[in-house]
Design a protein around this ligand. Structure first.
Ligand SMILES: C[S@@+](CC[C@H](N)C(=O)[O-])C[C@H]1O[C@@H](n2cnc3c(N)ncnc32)[C@H](O)[C@@H]1O
Ligand SMILES: [Zn+2]
Length: 290
């Protein structure tokens, strides 16, 4: 589908992040609001809704390494399969078109894999991220979804326009998520558990200091905003070869500012890598108490 046609079909789900009015496609190349705030559709089909790009350590190399691991290794396979199954169960009774937003999607590979596994063909994926590098990469590689550079704390999406929000290893803004979710919408948030990438944590922090990470506070906060319907734990371990372990280091904020010798030793020695995460499933039924 042509890029502008994609945005025409998606039209009502967008709003101007500056004045909150609706956005329309004009001249097949831009989105414009009644106050003439204009956002161009890029050559590869993404839209940048930010007036300036914040400097970030989430850069091209970080996202390229993430894509390699997410798409080419099987490290996240079980996590993807579980999430796709949740989406299929949730949407089983409906053949209406549904919008699934991945808030903080990075370079888009999780969304691509999850939608690929899902049997539901009425779904449109929307990826939103603060990083232009991440979104540019997503739009180049994955043509079916809609890709937006934007801030999840002030998103370019209309009230109650999304049926489901994914939020995978990324920050949240629950007030904003509640605004854009349909009244009976679902949120699926993935948070790491204590053993997540423990081989890399051990190499960086030493074994004694490890296992201190807890996600209880994240879960309590989630429960204040949404009706928690389930928590699914995904634990898996896979062998990664040396080049994959190099990518794992490059894709992990954990490794930022870490001792290079320790990282080299990790790349040379470890081969088994553990994934340990909770999938929180919440329904948008509750009034916000905060
Ligand atoms: C650890 S990365 C995870 C990316 C992706 N979900 C994945 O697992 O590959 C965190 C992401 O959150 C994005 N992010 C951080 N703050 C954000 C905000 N306010 N709005 C949108 N995205 C944000 C970053 O740009 C980064 O891509
Ligand atoms: Zn506007």
């Amino acid at each position: 589908m042509e890029n502008h046609a994609k945005y025409k079909n998606f039209g009502n789900a967008l709003r101007c992040p500056l004045c909150e009015e609706s956005l329309q496609v004009v001249q097949s190349k831009s989105l414009i609001c009644p106050n003439r705030h204009t956002f161009d559709i890029s050559h590869h089909g993404y839209v940048n809704t930010l007036s300036h790009s914040p400097k970030s350590r989430y850069n091209k190399a970080f996202f390229e390494a993430r894509k390699k691991i997410i798409m080419e290794s099987e490290l996240f396979k079980r996590l993807h399969e579980k999430i796709s199954a949740i989406i299929d169960t949730y949407s089983a009774d409906s053949d209406k078109p549904a919008f699934i937003l991945d808030a903080g999607c990075g370079e888009g590979s999780h969304l691509e894999k999850i939608l690929d596994n899902s049997r539901n063909e009425t779904v449109t994926g929307i990826g939103l991220d603060l990083s232009k590098d991440g979104i540019a990469q997503a739009a180049k590689n994955y043509k079916h979804s809609i890709w937006l550079v934007g801030d999840l704390a002030k998103s370019p999406l209309a009230d109650h326009s999304m049926n489901l929000i994914l939020n995978i290893f990324s920050p949240s803004n629950y007030k904003e998520f509640k605004r854009i979710l349909a009244p009976d919408g679902l949120i699926i948030k993935v948070v790491p558990r204590a053993d997540h990438l423990k081989e890399l944590r051990d190499a960086i922090h030493g074994i004694e200091e490890n296992n201190l990470y807890k996600n209880d506070e994240t879960i309590s906060l989630f429960k204040k905003h949404f009706t928690l319907t389930d928590i699914i734990t995904v634990t898996d371990a896979r062998e990664l070869d040396k080049s994959e372990r190099t990518h794992l280091v490059q894709m992990s904020p954990l490794a930022w500012d870490s001792n290079e010798k320790a990282l080299d030793a990790f790349i040379t020695r470890s081969s088994q890598i553990t994934i340990d995460a909770d999938i929180l499933i919440g329904l948008n039924q509750k009034e916000t108490r905060l």
